[in-house]
Design a protein around this ligand. Structure first.
Ligand SMILES: *Cc1c(COP(=O)(O)O)cnc(C)c1O
Length: 291
């Protein structure tokens, strides 16, 4: 809710009462509860939307707005099901830049992604891996930002021993501060304190870093056989496995395959988050009960 008020403020839309909106969403979900799908991997997607409705042609902030909430039952996000998706790293078009709007959930961020996304699809990649940096040099030196419209994580094995480093780009204004991203970081940090993610061995320490990395770094980790997992995270797909990354002029980076798509870290996060969503695990801080 805080992210929605921040996003509204960034484009000078009128403020609204976030607590009242939350109460209204609870009522709406109760009224439409028969639309909540019961099958695993399915959910009722809730999309609150705020649009400016000032009746004027002038370029000016809207002093009127309409706030509405769309509910829709959703199935698994990707057509390939839980299979790993292939990403095409794109350097000549960017979706974010310092001081821009990519750190806010705004509709304007998406249309510019459509044509690169379509080009990637023609080349056999399901999503784009968005880069940012000095594209005059090699795209390999550009920083990785996000995968499609999901936050991006990689899991890298340490050179010495079994410890795992998990990297995700930092919230420097060019990255959407996703709720799922934050949940994953919190769960992984609490794992390293007190092993709790079921499918991860309690003997493996997981170190999370909100740090920039490049496609070149991923090539290097991959050539050393240390790049164990890559995945995108977001509300719609929760955790989505990445199987390969393509970059023009370079061989594809192939990420190890796992049965069911996700590797141990991605799987542990997916299971824990969906268990919390489905109420199998009580986690009051992250849940609102509609009753
Ligand atoms: C919505 C979105 C995400 C994921 O955010 P969640 O709050 O986890 O759903 C990540 N990146 C972009 C660009 C997004 O639009």
């Amino acid at each position: 809710m805080e992210r929605m008020t921040r996003s509204a403020a960034r484009v000078a839309l009128p403020a609204f009462n976030a607590d009242a909106l939350l109460e209204l969403i609870k009522l709406l979900v109760m009224i439409d509860s028969r639309w909540v799908p019961q099958s695993p991997g399915c959910s009722l997607y809730i999309r609150p939307t705020l649009i400016g409705t000032r009746p004027s042609l002038g370029v000016a902030p809207s002093d009127e707005a309409m706030l509405y909430v769309i509910l829709s039952p959703t199935g698994p996000y990707f057509r390939t099901g839980s299979k790993a998706v292939r990403l095409l790293a794109v350097g000549e078009h960017v979706r974010s830049w310092p001081g821009g709007t990519a750190g806010y959930k705004l509709g304007i961020n998406y249309p510019a992604c459509f044509s690169p996304q379509r080009e990637a699809a023609k080349m056999g990649y399901q999503q784009v891996l968005w880069l940012l940096g000095d594209g005059d040099r090699d795209f390999v030196d550009m920083k990785v930002t996000e995968a499609g419209s999901m936050n991006f994580f990689v899991v890298v094995k340490r050179e010495d021993g079994n410890d795992l480093d998990v990297f995700t780009p930092p919230l420097d204004g060019t990255i959407l501060p996703g709720v799922t991203r934050e949940s994953c970081i919190t769960l992984l940090r609490s794992h390293s304190l007190e092993p709790s993610l079921d499918s991860l061995s309690p003997y493996i320490a997981v170190h999370v870093h909100e740090t920039s990395f490049t496609v070149g770094d991923m090539h290097k980790w991959s050539s050393e056989n240390r790049l164990l997992e890559a995945f995108g995270v977001g509300t719609a797909a929760v955790v989505s496995a990445v199987g390969a990354i393509g970059l023009e002029g370079h061989p594809d980076i192939e990420i190890p395959e796992y049965t069911g798509g996700l590797g141990p870290v991605g799987r542990a996060l997916y299971t824990r988050i969906t268990d919390i969503q489905e109420g199998k695990i009580e986690f009051r801080d992250w849940s609102y009960v509609c009753a």
